[in-house]
Ligand binder design. Structure first.
Ligand code: IPE
Ligand code: IPE
Ligand code: MG
Length: 249
């Protein structure tokens, strides 16, 4: 067996119950710009440091035994940022995969992407597709990047697919929750158990509106570049203290 598989020998504090790890963690990685501004640095330095946090978070989630990690990297609204910043953000997937792909392959991580591919530069799609292809047969943690992702657009896309199928006579019965869920970009992925948002903002910003229906929400004032292993473990231990009721008593 591959000795490197999954960092499973990593030691975690006793406050973490390894039998109650959230299967799907989704993260709104926010606060890169403010992290940089507070240090008198240009915003892109915050994004650069944010990529380091992505590397570490992927390793730590994999070691914890998380099954799906969804990272909100670029929203459908983020195109409204200055061109230089959009371009910088679009250069990051390449930077990340260049250094991390061999390790992801080795650690049995499978790469996926959710979002609207149409507006994304070909270069970005290529690195994501190459990453997905190289890890296609892996069956460990799913690393799911939300890129040009907007939840309302996602729901509309699903509804329009259903409408066209109905118009073509392919779909006559009523639409069920299961059917609509399966037409979202998240397809057959489980809903997130835990949503983390860094930087102190307490909003969803058009992320996974349908899928978050019963997720536990965790907001921290820590900026994304400072969200280290200790902060991740804090979020997981807070999650483990929550009582999920799903409407029951
Ligand atoms: C998160 O940090 C990165 C993206 C949204 C792409 P921000 O760039 O939003 O940082 P703040 O919120 O301005 O501090
Ligand atoms: C949400 O952060 C999007 C990502 C983290 C990719 P934003 O910084 O864009 O969100 P708002 O504008 O503060 O709601
Ligand atoms: Mg922000």
């Amino acid at each position: 067996m591959d000795m490197d598989i999954g960092d499973r020998d990593t030691v975690f504090p006793e406050s973490i119950d390894l039998r109650k790890i959230p299967a799907h963690i989704a993260i709104i990685m926010d606060g890169n710009g403010r992290w940089a501004a507070e240090r008198g640095l240009p915003r892109h330095e915050g994004h650069r440091q944010g990529v380091e946090t992505v590397r570490e978070t992927v390793r730590n989630c994999n070691a914890l035994g998380v099954e799906v990690l969804t990272l909100f990297a670029f929203s459908t609204e983020n195109w409204q940022r200055p061109d230089w910043e959009v371009n910088y953000l679009m250069s990051l997937p390449e930077k990340y995969f260049e250094s991390e792909l061999p390790e992801l392959v080795r650690k049995n991580v499978r790469v996926l992407m959710i979002g609207d591919r149409k507006k994304l530069p070909r270069r970005v799609l290529k690195v994501i597709d190459d990453g997905a292809a190289a890890t296609n047969s892996n069956n460990g943690m799913i690393l799911n990047f939300a890129l040009n992702y907007g939840s309302r657009a996602e729901i509309l896309h699903a509804v329009n697919r259903l409408v066209s199928e109905a118009a073509a006579g392919k779909q006559v019965s009523r639409v069920t929750e299961k059917k609509l869920s399966s037409y979202l970009y998240t397809g057959n992925l489980p809903d997130p158990d835990l949503l983390i948002r860094t930087s102190g903002e307490q909003r969803i910003s058009n992320f996974l509106l349908w899928q978050l229906a019963y997720s536990e929400l965790y907001f921290t004032g820590v900026y994304w570049p400072d969200f280290d292993k200790a902060e991740l473990l804090k979020a997981v231990s807070v999650y483990q203290l929550r009582k999920r009721r799903f409407g029951k008593v």
